[in-house]
Design a protein around this ligand. Sequence first.
Ligand code: DHB
Length: 405
Amino acid sequence: MAFSPSSASSSPVRSRTRIAVVGAGPAGLMLSHLLARAGIDSVAVDVRTRHEIEHTPRAGILEQRSVDLLADSGVSDRVHRDGARHDGIVLAFGGGGHRIDFQALVGASTLLYPQTDVFADLADARERDGGDVRFGVRDVAVDELLSDTPVLRFTDADGTRHAVRADFVVGADGSRGPCRSQVPEARRTRFARAYPYAWFGILAEAPPSAPELIYSHSPRGFALISQRTDTVQRMYFQCDPAENVADWSDDRIWTELQERVGANGHRLKEGPITARSVLPFRSFVQEPMHHGRLVLAGDAAHTVPPTGAKGLNLALADARVLAEELERAVTHGSTAPLAAYSERALRRVWRAQHFSYWMTTMLHTPPDATPFDVRRQEGELAALTGSAAGSAYLAEGYTGWPRER
Ligand code: DHB
């Protein structure tokens, strides 16, 4: 139904739920799924349509604990059927490749299973279970966060206005959503770091060029060779954050990628490029992750640069811990579990912040790098790959740390 001015001027439809969730990406949907399993109602809204979320290419690596959460909580059998187990990665530098063997080093693996598929599985599971999820809403606002019953307001895709009272509001609305700024400046600390580079990400119709991911350091800059299916591949190369995708033909992209991996002895299988975009890099944390009856989850509270693919895994870990603490909060009518959630989640967040920063700065060439800087990075990579302890440290962080208490 088209938006009609009369419905905008009439009073909103009022309803009541336990948990109002702003943002129906992986963090928001996993949370509402886990809450439903605990018998707790929620309403989740997102300004994006389901189609938009499902068709925006995102990262593709799941830690074992993320896979277990999806499978054990009944979201997805598909993750085991369609996910590709990866027992290691290749770090390429100084003219050669060095495999980090996750299984031999830490007895763990990762699964290549795109975030868009995780999202589709979660959206299907919420639909199957009769969950209340509204995509394509607008005019989202949260209010009365210091009262006992905060309110979520929005206009749905049909133009009907809603006011949903809840016990708690969850901001899972990503790094550009409004929720993080609902915490007054005097009540929060923001930690941020910018990087002088970005990733140029592509999807290409081509067979895989390698069985495992290749993280390739080169004097021309970093490149990452990932996969999607037997016929579609995902690759990235370091670029200027202001790079314009329109300036890059297929030929120019393939030449750049081939040079970067060729320096380390790899050769890519080429094909038509079907998607291209520039992904900005940023490290960000807002502490604490709660205020009054508002609590933040996923990218709304923290952002990592993409190297090492921690963003989705952190969002799912937040949802798991938050579901436990919200269950306590609802049962006891108390806000104390929100502080416990923030403390527990931040312990993992800062480990992942360090890991993502470290992988990023070890592998990328800053625009002002001197020959010393490049040789020093090669020295770091040689020390790491030449040491069982160093390699195990990387493997442990990449495959994911144990669950926090
Ligand atoms: C992918 C993305 C990452 O950031 C990463 O470190 C590994 C893989 C991917 O999209 O496949």
